[in-house]
Design a protein around this ligand. Structure first.
Ligand code: PLP
Length: 463
């Protein structure tokens, strides 16, 4: 089966001729609630506040570029996911989207579990007090060291990704005298990106064990023979920034099909399935993501229906949203440095960060929006490209944006929805100092990850 949904709207580059831009927004000062976190608002004097604090004051205190994370919004999103899935399902926050000790504490307090995929993420999770049984370890090439630390700590599950790893985890668990709970990650032949998905027999990528050629079934056979492993379920993660639930439908059907095969062949019904993460968020007002309760209902309905038709008891469901929780909770604040008007083309606006704090535009052509936040403006819209300060012409933060024509050096710009995969993918390219992440809540702001310093850089450079 193969199908794809229609593109979401006329903004998509692949359905528009080159050089065609959507019309400027009616009001350049408006802050669309789909892309800005819940406490962001523009004041009477025109400047923007988050968590009750003026961005000019935040820039003064923490410098730019910096990420400002709206803690109330983060916690509200955690609760929305938790409540939507209820007590017979588990929500695992995907730590790779953004992880810090403060975030781990918030997750813990809000009753979420945590996915980690490296020793560093595991150390952060354990160090900040996440109970090990609520941690899942992922990754397609976990080191022996990482596996040992996870088993020793007592993580709730390790998601197995290859035949070699089955043997490795079994060996380590046996040595430590532990029966380790595991899931097997399968590839179901669904490639999902944003508004389309393709269902095929095979997926041409590095993760998981393929259902189509029997690798997944063989992995199940091997795991069931090993005393040091307890197989608790099957895992599938189909992509990222997905809006169309139809990809999850195919995935759930194929995973449940495997559960039925396992029952028929081995006489066991596995108690859990994990449908992964990948739920989309609004980067621009054109994106229209579903609410957690709608997603939960859709996934539950799909799994229940598939299990009923296979004659299986409905397994416990887990999901792993990363972006959908943290993405919308933060914006990046930049100061405008230079402005170049290219006649008949567009205006290049250079800010004091760039691909070192947001690689997503360069890496995946991601779309973002941007607003002037240090003041309001009545000037007409100017077609702009917001670029960074790095030595690459691909160093673009926002490819196409309308900003007020009176924009000037020293103005502050904010790019919303940068909570996920921005700080966590930040680099030191050009020896940039990675920006801080500042949590803002009820009139108080504190750095939860401080700004890197030149001493930090030089400390690693041992000469
Ligand atoms: C990346 C990843 C996630 C989270 O993806 P989002 O798009 O941030 O929701 C969840 N599960 C697995 C296995 C992943 O690799």
């Amino acid at each position: 089966m193969s199908r794809s949904a229609h593109p979401a709207g006329p903004r998509h580059a692949d359905v528009l001729p080159e050089g065609h831009y959507s019309a400027p927004p009616a009001d350049l000062n408006a802050l669309d609630s789909r892309v800005w976190s819940q406490t962001v608002q523009r004041d009477g004097d025109g400047a923007v506040r988050v968590g009750g604090i003026d961005v000019r004051q935040l820039a003064e205190e923490f410098g730019t570029p910096a990420y400002f994370l709206d803690e109330a919004d983060f916690r509200a999103r955690c609760r929305a996911w938790r409540d939507a899935f209820g007590h017979d399902a588990d929500v695992f926050y995907a730590g790779k989207a953004f992880l810090s000790r403060a975030v781990v504490r918030w997750l813990n307090e809000e009753g979420l579990n945590l996915d980690v995929c490296s020793g560093g993420e595991l150390a952060t999770a354990l160090g900040a007090g996440m109970p090990a049984e609520r941690i899942a370890l992922h990754g397609n090439n976990k080191s022996t060291e990482e596996i040992s630390r996870a088993v020793e700590a007592g993580v709730g599950r390790i998601v197995l990704d290859s035949y070699q790893e089955i043997a490795r985890v079994a060996h380590i668990a046996r040595k430590l005298g532990v029966r380790q709970r595991v899931q097997i990650r399968v590839t179901v032949g669904v490639e999902a990106h944003t508004h389309e998905f393709i269902a095929t027999a095979h997926e041409d990528q590095k993760f998981g064990l393929a259902l189509a050629d029997g690798d997944a079934a063989e992995a199940v056979r091997r795991v069931l023979q090993l005393d040091s492993l307890e197989l608790i379920g099957i895992h599938s993660h189909i992509g990222s920034q997905i809006f169309d639930m139809a990809g999850f439908e195919v995935s759930a059907r194929r995973v449940v099909g495997l559960l039925a095969d396992i029952r028929d062949e081995h006489g066991v019904e596995l108690p859990e399935i994990d449908l992964g993460g990948g739920l989309g968020i609004a980067y621009t007002p054109e994106d229209d993501p579903s609410e957690p309760h709608e997603i939960a209902k859709a996934l539950r309905d799909i799994v229940t229906r598939e299990c009923e038709s296979a004659g299986l008891a409905v397994p416990r469901l887990s999901v792993e949203p990363g972006r959908a929780i943290v993405g919308p909770t933060a914006f990046t604040l930049y100061e405008v440095g230079t402005i170049k008007e290219l006649d008949g083309l567009r205006t290049y606006v250079s800010v004091d960060g760039g691909m070192s704090d947001n690689i997503r535009t360069a890496l995946y052509d991601a779309e973002y929006s941007v607003a002037l936040v240090s003041r309001a403006s009545d000037a007409p819209p100017m077609l702009s490209r917001v670029v960074g300060k790095h030595c690459e012409s691909g160093d673009i933060v926002v490819r196409d944006a309308f900003l007020p024509a009176d924009l000037a050096p020293g103005d502050l710009l904010a790019v919303p929805a940068t909570g996920a995969y921005c700080r966590s993918m930040a680099s030191n390219y050009n020896h940039a100092l990675r920006p801080p992440v500042v949590a803002v809540r009820d009139g108080e702001a504190r750095a939860v990850v401080r700004r890197e310093t030149e001493e930090d850089l030089l400390r690693l450079d041992v000469g």
